[in-house]
Design a protein around this ligand. Sequence first.
Ligand SMILES: O=P(O)(O)OC[C@H]1O[C@@H](O)[C@H](O)[C@@H](O)[C@@H]1O
Length: 295
Amino acid sequence: TAIEHRRNERTKGVNGLDKIIIRDRRGRSAEVYLYGGQVSSWKNENGEELLVMSSKAIFQPPTPIRGGIPVLFPQYSNTGPLPSHGFVRQRFWEVETKPPPLPSLSTAHVDLIVRSSNEDLKIWPHKFEYRLRVALGHDGDLTLTSRVKNTDTKPFNFTFALHPYFAVSNISEIHVEGLHNLDYLDQQKNRTRFTDHEKVITFNAQLDRLYLSTPDQLRIVDHKKKKTIVVHKEGQVDAVVWNPWDKKVSDLGVEDYKRFVTVESAAVAKPITVNPGKEWKGILHVSVVPSNRKA
Ligand SMILES: O=P(O)(O)OC[C@H]1O[C@@H](O)[C@H](O)[C@@H](O)[C@@H]1O
């Protein structure tokens, strides 16, 4: 509504890159860079940052921004011929003031869009529109709704992930649950397939796994903070769990790996097909709750 819209602020972020700040009445906020359509910050009512931005993030197109929530489309990682993780994380998105209607219970939100450019069509010959709504809910929860429309004359397939760098007290003090007994492709071993027999995932070295056919809800339990990050996804059956540990990542500070884990909602093993004129929709909903509460 108009009232919600007035709360959004358009401002300059690092290196003068445009960003939108959305806020609710209790002081919670999220920030989104138009470069990449990338959420760079999500704060609760105490001003606590719930996502991690690399201390060495570059904020210089065409380098992707290291942190927040990158949008990986139309190709996850190096699973096809495109640049790794596709290209929309390196494109300038626009604010869309009158998007096609989307039911929403948000207290504040912003709608962004990116369309295939002529340059994009040379590397991926499919016309598309990608709409992203970033919304804060009544409990300060964060919802990203992705809508991918095929504006071309033939069907296309894509793979996809949203790649949140979730803030944790310390990578050694957390576990990820919800993936017990599931199969995963180990991305450090040429995507060899294994079954995860551990009840929960703990971290003490580099880990990079693509879990297949996962439940809609996954949880990151932070023992030190006594908080649980509840990740709920719809329309994306896979999930990636990644922490680089001491592996060299040029635009990541040496200690940064300790402060985050990525649990990514993904559609990789079975690419998504969209027919001409049709739209695919996927949702990522994240909330942070006290660990003793069953959300
Ligand atoms: O460095 P990038 O391109 O942002 O990718 C970061 C990570 O993204 C994850 O999705 C992959 O599983 C990792 O293999 C990769 O290292």
